[in-house]
Every structure is written in C-alpha cells, then in structure tokens.
Ligand binder design. Structure first.
Ligand SMILES: [Ca+2]
Ligand SMILES: [Ca+2]
Ligand SMILES: [Ca+2]
Length: 301
C-alpha cells in the first residue's frame, strides 16, 4: 500500500459497479467477479492521464481489508476460491504511473455465497413424438444439468445419457422407443453446487407404425337450400388420433374435380344455377391419410 503518497493525487469517481457470479464446485469455494468504472479525473478535477492499475482490497470486516490484490489495468477481475460460507467486503483503489493511490471506492459486500437452493423446474413438455423417439423440453430458473428418466410402468426405468452442460433451457431426445406406447417420464436438473430437483411425472404416447386416417364427424352446409345465386358456408369437423390435418380439398359441384384447397376447415361457395348438387370434401392428414364426406345442396330459381 502506498498510503504515504495518497494525498498527492487522489482519483475520484471510482465506482465498484457489479458483484458476484458464483460457481462453487463442491459448494466449498466461491468465485467473485468484480467490475468497476474507470475514473476520468484526479481529485483536483484535472484530467487523469497516467492511470496504470487497480488494487482490489477485501476482507471479512467492513472497512478493514486484510488482502490487497494488484490486478493491473483492468476493469473486471475474478477472485477464485473464496470460502463460500463467509462474508467478504470489497473495495478497489486506482494507482497512477508514479505509484500514487486513490481513496477506496464504495464498498461492496457478498454474503452467503453458498448455493443451497435447488433449481426450479417448469414448462416440461414432450414434442416431436415419432414411433421411436421423443424430445423433452423444460426450463430451470438457474443454470443446471439435464437428465430425463422414462419408462412404461414407472417414470424411472430408463434414463437418457445425462448432459452436464449448465443451461436454463433444457432439451433432450429419447430414442429407441416402442410404437403405440404410453411412456411416463420425469426430468431432473442439478446445479453446480449439487442441489437437485426432480419434476413430477408426465406422459406421452408414441404413434402407431401404421397411420390412422382422419375421421370426419360432420360436414355441414349453411344453408342447404335456397334461391340462386346461393352462397353456402361449408364446415367440416374432423379429428386425427395420431397426427394432424394438413389440408382440405373442396369439390363444390361434386363432379370429382377439386375446386378449392384450404388449410382451414371452412369455406364459402356461391351457386349460380338452379340445380341439385352433391358437394364433397376431402381431408388429408400429415401422413397422407384421407377421409371424404358429401352433403346435398338444392338451388332453385
Ligand atoms: Ca441453486
Ligand atoms: Ca393420421
Ligand atoms: Ca368440382
């Protein structure tokens, strides 16, 4: 310390702006990253031109720093292997090329760095489910590792290979699954201090190897009859137990030629000639399965 020279030149405007990111392997050691602003002027208001470095002071008591660490001319520094159960007080001082040292910055304290809280798991869901694989997503409120356990009778007969990468958004893919099978699964995440969380059980069902075609429950026209020109609103209701509907084809006059294609289950058509029509709809699922239905429309003069 060069307190003897301190009054010659004193910087001000020195701010210790940010504290700690802790990562504590084994939960016994913590790392603290400190960040501060560069001072621009000397204490007398003249421009500061010969700043050459900083000293981080710290200790277990406020205002009494047992350690001084010359970190050179940087604005951020990480101190490793602090005791994670202890409290620390930090301040920083700047020095110039002549060795004059500034007053301390504001003080920052860090307490209770030991992480004893388990990650909070939320948003668990299965997606992209095929006959033999499924992807599982979830989020945690802190960086943590990833594991999915799954099974047919319980949620923990099998486990995915664990992914140790600490992440907030977790995504794991299960493979080697059986088709047409209901699986139970649960996810777990552990933080770097060894705090573990395990989710509730969830389920997904793998589809059949063979596609089940869509099933039309109703094909309605509104109205079914009236004077020409008659505008009719068609609605078809359909379900697909192992997929979803990707297209609708409409044959308004029932002549076998498609007159319109949509991705929604409704359409309108205006009939201009008095006649009986047998309009037809065809519904296609995501694996090419099809279902058809007809209805009748009467248009008169
Ligand atoms: Ca934690
Ligand atoms: Ca289907
Ligand atoms: Ca047609």
């Amino acid at each position: 310390m060069s307190n003897g020279l301190k009054n010659k030149k004193t910087y001000y405007g020195l701010m210790l702006a940010m504290v700690f990111i802790f990562s504590s392997p084994g939960a016994f050691a913590a790392n603290v990253t400190l960040e501060w602003d560069q001072p621009a002027t000397n204490a007398d208001g003249t421009p500061l031109t010969d700043l050459s470095g900083y000293i981080i002071y710290y200790g277990a008591e406020s205002g009494k720093y047992s350690q001084g660490l010359d970190v050179g001319n940087v604005l951020m520094y990480t101190i490793y292997d602090l005791f994670s159960d202890s409290s620390y007080y930090f301040a920083v001082a700047a020095y110039d090329s002549s060795g004059n040292e500034s007053d301390f910055s504001n003080e920052i304290s860090v307490t209770g760095m030991r992480d004893t809280t388990s990650p909070v798991i939320s948003g668990v869901y299965a997606h992209d489910i095929t006959t033999d694989s499924a992807s599982i997503n979830w989020t945690t409120d802190e960086a943590s590792d990833s594991l999915v356990e799954y099974g047919i009778f319980t949620s923990h007969e099998n486990a995915s290979p664990p992914d140790p990468a600490p992440v907030f958004n977790h995504n794991m893919t299960l493979s080697g699954l059986l088709p047409a099978t209901r699986y139970l699964f649960r996810v777990s995440s552990q933080d770097s201090s060894g705090n573990l969380s395990v989710s509730d059980d969830y389920t997904f069902v793998t589809p059949n190897l063979q596609n089940s075609p869509p099933v039309i429950s109703s094909f309605k026209a509104d109205p079914y009859s009236g004077r020409a020109p008659l505008t009719v609103a068609f609605t078809v209701n359909v379900s697909d137990i192992d997929g979803n509907i990707t297209g609708y084809e409409w044959d308004f006059d029932g002549n076998g030629k498609i007159d319109a294609a949509t991705t929604t289950n409704q359409i309108s058509h205006t009939y201009r000639h008095s006649k009986r029509y047998s309009p037809r709809v065809r519904v296609i699922d995501d694996q090419g399965g099809k279902a058809e239905s007809r209805t009748k429309i009467s248009v008169y003069k």
